[in-house]
Design a protein around this ligand. Structure first.
Ligand code: HEM
Length: 402
């Protein structure tokens, strides 16, 4: 091809993987005419962008800041590390195992109970898009009766974050959500400051950074990030995992038989169909990448979805194979992996182990509740989204049911 693929084109939205291949092979550094930014797609280039401190954290001006406010995603150095350290313990180790595992199990069971006896269900609409957001709402110690309201809010924030073509209605809806969430959260934040409980929101409300507490607005921004980052990504990972396994029934049967394969199925899903396809960085000085120069201050789009299918890193990269030997799956106590779906370096997903735990619980519950599963008649799940991407629906038939 003589011209580079366009990440804003309808063909790209329909299926980005052929474009990713063309980019890796022929256009490893693209200067994008509409956004004015640069795009990289090779595994080794993206690893460098995540690890080399020359690449600072920066998102498009229209994207994260307007809907969330200033969050740890936009910070570097000590400002970033002290705030990240406030929430990190809740997402691993003893807190995760003892305090939050029962929360995860309860939320998964409640959702499955609603369709346990049905002949079929939409695993996206009835399970995946509900489960992780409900968990994070409960971890924060917010009102369980408001699960439905949070589902609406996080969907609207996600639409805003993925609004690469800048649709004005989506933008306006996202900003309305920002205001509604602030009006809901600020009185609760003020209350938790004086009456803290045993929840994650109280940790944020009482923490001191260099002797000072965070402002109401900073805490609201943190909560907003946790809702979107914790909800959407894991929802797409669960849906993607089932879609990939249902499309490969022999691998589904293997996982059903041997549940110790779930981490491999999760890691291979994250490599093959990552929930987050794009992450942004900004070099603080001119850098050479794949034979070209990215000028200081430019926004760089790192295409995780392309890097994860790089043939120089993975054998037969377009094949979904939970038994592949060239992919680390992480241990029981870590989610460390060499796919780039959680990024790498200082912003490596702080919720990775929580996500892994949710997926393990969810997959086990669903396989136990439904001894046989197949795509419902006529269901050919298609992925949607360019910034984040996953199945829009996943209608599944529980074979043997009337
Ligand atoms: C950061 C992906 C689950 C919270 C990130 C980043 C990625 C990512 C790619 C790096 C962003 C960047 O460098 O700009 C995922 C995927 C998940 C997942 C694929 C599920 C499979 C979760 C969960 C939470 C969470 C369950 C819990 C609340 C966060 C936070 C950050 C982050 C707070 C910012 C970390 C920082 O800036 O230091 N995630 N995530 N994520 N994730 Fe996740």
């Amino acid at each position: 091809p003589s011209t580079a693929p366009d990440i804003l084109s309808p063909e790209f939205a329909a299926d980005p993987y052929p474009a990713y291949r063309t980019m890796r092979e022929d256009f490893p550094l693209i200067h994008h005419h509409t956004t004015g930014g640069y795009i990289i797609s090779r595994y080794e280039d993206i690893v460098r962008a995540f690890k080399d401190p020359v690449f600072t954290s920066r998102n498009y001006d229209w994207q994260i800041e307007p809907v969330h406010g200033r969050t740890i995603l936009q910070m570097d150095g000590r400002e970033h590390s002290v705030r990240r350290a406030l929430v990190a313990p809740a997402f691993r180790g003893k807190d995760l195992r003892e305090k939050f595992l029962p929360v995860i199990e309860r939320n998964s069971r409640e959702l499955i109970d609603a369709f346990r006896d049905a002949p079929e269900a939409d695993l996206v609409g009835q399970y995946a898009t509900r489960f992780p957001i409900n968990v994070i709402v409960d971890m924060l110690g917010l009102d369980r009766a408001d699960h439905g309201r949070f589902h609406v809010w996080y969907t609207s924030m996600i639409d805003f974050l993925g609004n690469l073509s800048q649709d004005p209605e989506i933008a306006a809806a996202g900003l309305r959500t920002r205001d509604e969430l602030a009006a809901y959260m600020i009185p609760i934040i003020q209350d938790r400051r004086t009456c803290p409980g045993d929840d994650l929101l109280s940790v944020l409300c009482t923490a001191e950074i260099d002797g000072t507490r965070m402002s109401d607005e900073d805490i609201k921004a943190f909560v907003s990030l946790l809702l979107a980052a914790g909800g959407e990504t894991t929802d797409k990972a669960i849906a993607g995992l089932f879609r990939n396994l249902l499309a490969h029934p022999e691998q589904l049967a293997a996982v059903r038989e041997d549940r110790t394969l779930i981490p491999a199925a999760f890691a291979e899903t994250l490599r093959f169909t990552p929930p987050v396809h794009m992450i942004f960085r900004q070099p603080c000085e001119d850098v050479e990448v794949s034979g070209g120069t990215i000028p200081a201050g430019a926004t760089v789009t790192c295409l995780i979805g392309a890097a994860n299918r790089d043939g120089s890193r993975y054998a037969d990269p377009d094949t979904f194979d939970i038994f592949r030997e060239d992919l680390t799956t992480g241990s029981a106590f870590s989610a460390a992996a060499d796919h780039l779906a959680f990024a790498l370096g200082r912003h490596f997903c702080v919720g990775a182990l929580l996500a892994k735990t949710e997926v393990e619980v969810g997959v086990n519950h669903l396989l136990d509740a439904f001894p046989a599963m197949a795509f419902a008649d006529g269901e050919t799940p298609t992925e949607t989204g360019v910034f984040t991407r996953g199945p829009g629906s996943l209608r599944v038939r529980f074979a043997g049911r009337a």
